[in-house]
Design a protein around this ligand. Structure first.
Ligand SMILES: [Cu+2]
Length: 210
């Protein structure tokens, strides 16, 4: 009897990681506009798998039409990010952020540079020549991160079931460090849909759409 119980418990422990749900977050401003380019990071109470983190999108921030594309990039800690210049003019990309201070001196069309991001945090990127160029790199140490699309939605799949804290970050969110944390209960199967309001301050300079 006792042996049977032990076998059952062992079976449960082995089966537990299979209980995983998806989280879809939908972000809107108080006026109801979708909030794109926000980063969603989930910390399940059950933890996250160890080992290298890979995201499906390219670790690349281009300079195109005098803007950084994408405006917000999520990469895992240790990622090598490329900064191709696709404009017919020179750019000079830099950051003074504590998470990564770097400078890529003047380079021209179809040239690229690489920077390793070895610390978790927010890296604000600028161009020395064009003051209104702004981009952000969010360096994370979790595989459970994603960025909202044009509809303000992001899905993170395969989360361990149970309580989790969900961090919502946007560089222009009107909160301390642009962050807000909400609690969620990840289901053992299926999708949890979370609708949240993100209040943004007006974008500085030309980033009017944010
Ligand atoms: Cu520039």
């Amino acid at each position: 009897m006792r042996a049977a119980l032990a076998t059952l418990l062992l079976g449960l422990a082995v089966a537990a990681p299979a209980w995983a749900g998806d989280l879809t977050v939908s972000l809107r401003t108080p006026a109801g506009k979708p909030v794109a380019e926000a980063v969603v990071m989930v910390a399940p109470q059950a933890g996250a798998p160890r080992g290298p983190i890979h995201f499906s999108w390219p670790y690349r921030m281009a300079q195109k039409d005098m803007t950084f594309v994408p405006f917000v990039l999520v990469v895992p800690v240790g990622a090598d990010v490329s900064f191709p210049n696709l404009d017919p003019i020179l750019h000079h990309v830099y950051s003074f952020s504590p998470a990564k201070t770097f400078e890529l001196k003047l380079y021209g069309r179809d040239e690229t540079r690489m920077v390793k991001f070895d610390k978790v945090g927010v890296v604000s990127v600028g161009c020395n020549i064009h003051d209104d160029m702004t981009g952000y790199i969010r360096v994370v140490d979790t595989p459970y991160a994603a960025k909202t699309n044009a509809q303000g939605e992001a899905t993170i799949a395969g989360l361990p079931a149970g309580p989790a804290s969900v961090t919502l970050w946007h560089p222009y969110q009107k909160t301390a460090r642009g962050e807000r944390v909400v609690a969620a209960a990840i289901p053992a199967a299926g999708v949890l849909r979370l609708a949240e309001t993100v209040d943004l301050r007006p974008a500085p300079l030309k980033h009017g759409k944010y």
